[in-house]
Design a protein around this ligand. Structure first.
Ligand SMILES: Cc1ncc(COP(=O)(O)O)c(C=O)c1O
Length: 377
């Protein structure tokens, strides 16, 4: 059983997908154009914002959001040490300096207390913006980050790459900061058939700026007023995403059901316990959060041998992420050392993502949990 089986989804929507691709091929308009504009409108409405700007990837979406928010050289941007590399590389690409913070050990999302302590310390360098990541499909604590941003006058830019459809109180991820970045990489809950990304915001001027930046900084053909990039979204990806978008609520609901099933099976098998003295621990879900389980992640004792044991049974698992960002060799220039962000480092040693996708069956989940139980027996 793979960690993710996209072929089951494709079997449900194959005809609509092929028709959508055929529509684009018949139009012979492959870059931006009507399909992309329609997708932008549909996602803006779904997320609950006024503007959406399609681009080439989630990585570019973060960069575009940062650049359009005015983040640039000499700025510090605070983010989590426990995320995919792009959360930090996009900060560097915007010319700024990533400032890494530790995670809340219960949710593994960026810890507001750690950020706040840094900002209150007069010796710390000021930050220009915060980039919380909604890890595994659960929003970071946007109440606390909203308060922090207001007090310290920071922009909040959401890395919502893993969180389309996720909620925080009565709002959706993507509507909780100044702008938000989404990824539609093929493994994401809403996924393209190639690379694709998008930024949401409520600011017309910012949206128009991002439209220029994604197209070489060009307001009209062959006029370049600032340095941009080629990060245009192609029409085939937009057409595929438009077929899938109406399914996302149901797919996310199915993911939540699968997560509840894992929770139940793990408890019933005695692998988890409320006192935390069992070999497996699950992550906490904040009461304000509507989790969309991009991943279902456990923390496991002897994680690597467990992973090998499951692999021998052809059960696919993944480690998101084995090396925290502050210890990545490319960030050595920032001067972090092992031990600086202990919760992120511990998480990197313990996390294991179990198979998770909407079409996963209870029978398969039983097999996963029985196998984990056998490993620890
Ligand atoms: C948290 C996070 N941020 C950013 C990205 C980058 O997105 P992309 O792969 O579309 O560039 C991803 C996914 O890959 C991600 O998981």
């Amino acid at each position: 059983m793979p960690a993710l089986d996209l072929s089951r989804q494709y079997a449900q929507i194959r005809e609509q997908i092929l028709a959508a691709i055929e529509r684009v091929c018949s139009s012979q308009r492959f870059i931006l154009g009507e399909e992309v504009e329609a997708l932008e409108r549909e996602i803006a409405a779904y997320v609950g914002v006024t503007h959406a700007v399609g681009c080439a990837s989630g990585t570019d979406a973060i960069w575009l959001a940062l650049a359009a928010a005015g983040v640039g050289p000499a700025d510090g941007v605070g983010t989590t040490a426990f995320s995919f590399f792009a959360s930090a590389s996009a900060i560097v690409r915007a010319g700024a300096r990533p400032v890494f913070f530790d995670v809340d050990p219960h949710t593994l999302n960026l810890d507001p207390a750690h950020v706040e302590a840094h900002l209150r310390n007069r010796k710390s360098r000021r930050l220009r913006a915060l980039l919380p990541v909604h890890l595994y499909g659960q929003c970071a604590d946007m109440d606390r980050f909203g308060d922090i941003a207001a007090e310290f006058r920071l922009d909040i830019l959401e890395d919502a790459a893993q969180a389309i459809g996720a909620g925080w109180r009565d709002r959706r991820a993507g509507s909780l900061g100044r702008a938000a970045a989404f990824s539609f990489y093929p493994t994401k809950n809403l996924s393209a058939y190639g690379d694709a990304g998008l930024i949401t915001c409520n600011d017309l001027e910012m949206a128009e700026h991002m439209r220029r930046l994604r197209n070489h900084g060009s307001p009209r053909r062959y006029l370049h007023e600032e340095m941009g990039w080629n990060s245009r979204l192609d029409a085939i990806q937009a057409a595929v995403l438009r077929v899938k978008l109406p399914h996302i609520e149901q797919w996310n609901r199915q993911r939540r059901e699968r997560a509840a099933t894992y929770d139940r099976l793990l408890t019933q098998s005695g692998l988890t316990s409320s006192t935390g003295d069992a070999p497996v621990r699950t992550l906490a879900v904040a009461p304000q959060a509507g989790h969309v389980y991009h991943q279902y992640v456990i923390r496991a004792e002897r994680r690597d041998p467990l992973r090998q044991f499951l692999a021998d049974r052809r059960i696919g698992t993944e480690i998101y992420y084995p090396i925290p960002l502050h210890l990545q060799p490319v960030f050595a220039y920032l001067g972090y050392r092992e031990g600086d962000l202990p919760e992120s480092e511990r998480a990197a040693r313990e996390v294991l993502a179990l198979p998770m996708f909407p079409e996963l069956t209870e029978h398969e989940q039983q097999w996963v949990v029985e196998s984990i139980a056998e490993f620890y027996s």
